[in-house]
Write a protein that binds this ligand. Structure first.
Ligand code: FEO
Length: 405
């Protein structure tokens, strides 16, 4: 059965929702699913903007057959070749062998690398600023390298103001009937998953997102719709989401508050983390989020690290090193280029306490523009009553720093 929605009078969402995939990119949990968005324009010529993951190909085909009603597909515009969008290209070519593909040079290279039989079809290579007219609609192509792969571009329909933004402005969570961001309570129900999507998938490429935002800024008054490859279409309140993207890609915190991530083997480091959380709240800082790194997927930790201004890491010492899951969190923050945060440290070790110095060294030497507060708690096995003053000092140090920013 087809499942389509109008974006505009002659532009349709023809994508699909996926609740079966457990791990996006086989690494990030998506308990609320994901959508693969593709869009079909019925102009004098017909144009498909991107395809879908292979698992959703059948739905895409049914949607297209329903809307085309026997018309040929004339054009296929590929903004992003990653297989969650490009995997169905070859099936499109088999069904509509005369379709002409518009994409970038690198994208065609990737199609061949992935083994797609595109040669023999008409391939139109475009670059920044090129335009194409499909009838009444004229589009212009804008390079978007590393948002999120090097071949990526976005396409702007100058006729109706639709920006096909590829991975930019995307989100986890299946649409399940909704299409537009204003059909959901985005700030309540979607923002956390949008943040987790962006920061984990494209977080490393903040400067490239900034470049794209600058380009979008020059045509902001002309943009009427933002059509990403995942998540809802935006047709109002663009600045809400653009501002989030701006902060995330500049590695600026959204919230002055405290994320406490703890690694605890027998509950003692956890108890210290809880004691600090209570102390902070008692002193009036209630935007505190506490996570056990051992049972929280690191993609959630990354999203929270991008959200909060202050991050407390509390870790046991393990094999004379940082507890492996905490080390992995640190490595991921580095890999995703997180910057401009203030850290505080709690270390634990029953006979050779090393984790504090090692976390400090990692933050100082491996990460950019980070501050580590001096007030560290060092504990031997458990946080005794003799550490009350240190706990107080750590809480005060964090609060002073929050006030100082
Ligand atoms: Fe949703 Fe980079 O692909």
């Amino acid at each position: 059965m087809h499942c389509v929605r109008n974006v505009t009078e002659d532009l349709y969402w023809v994508g699909a929702n996926d609740h079966r995939l457990a791990l996006f990119e086989n690494i990030h949990p998506i308990p609320r699913g994901v959508s693969y968005n593709a869009y079909l324009l019925l102009d004098q010529e017909t144009v498909l903007f991107d395809t879908v993951d292979w698992s959703a190909c059948r739905q895409l085909l049914e949607n297209m057959e329903y809307l085309l009603q026997g018309r040929p597909l004339d054009w296929l515009v590929i903004n992003h070749m990653e297989p969650d969008h490009g995997a169905s290209i070859e099936e499109i070519l088999l069904r509509w062998p005369k379709v002409k593909i518009i994409s970038t040079e690198k994208s065609f290279m990737l199609m061949r690398q992935f083994g797609f039989q595109v040669d023999g079809h008409e391939l139109v290579e475009v670059k920044e600023g090129d335009t194409h007219t499909f009838g009444t609609h004229t589009v212009t192509f804008v390079a978007a390298p590393m948002v999120h792969w090097p071949e990526a571009m976005v396409t702007f329909d100058v006729t109706n103001g639709v920006l096909f933004s590829a991975d930019a402005f995307g989100s986890f969570i299946a649409l399940d009937g909704k299409l537009f961001a204003d059909e959901v309570d985005f700030d309540r129900d979607w923002i956390d998953e949008a943040r987790r999507y962006l920061t984990n998938i494209v977080g490393k490429y903040g400067p490239h997102i900034q470049l794209l935002l600058k380009k979008a800024g020059t045509i902001l008054d002309q943009i009427k719709y933002i059509c990403p490859l995942h998540g809802p279409v935006w047709r109002k309140d663009f600045m809400y989401f653009i501002d989030k993207y701006d902060k995330w890609s500049r590695y600026e915190p959204e919230v002055k508050g405290v994320m406490i991530a703890y690694a605890s083997m027998y509950g003692n480091t956890e108890a210290a983390a809880q004691a600090l959380a209570s102390k902070l709240c008692e002193k009036g800082v209630t935007d505190v989020a506490l996570y056990d790194v051992s049972n929280t997927h690191v993609s959630y930790l990354i999203a929270e690290a991008f959200k909060y201004s202050h991050i407390v890491l509390a870790s046991v010492t393990y094999n004379l090193g940082i507890y492996p899951v905490m080390k992995s969190f640190l490595e991921d923050m580095k890999a995703l280029n997180l910057q401009n945060r203030t850290f505080a440290l709690i270390e634990n070790g029953s006979w050779a306490c090393k984790s504090g110095d090692l976390m400090q060294k990692f933050i100082d030497e491996e990460m950019k523009n980070m501050t580590v507060l001096n007030e560290r708690i060092s504990m031997a096995s458990s946080l005794g009553a003799d550490k009350a003053a240190e706990l107080e000092a750590l809480a005060d140090g964090i609060i002073d720093s929050l006030k100082g920013e």
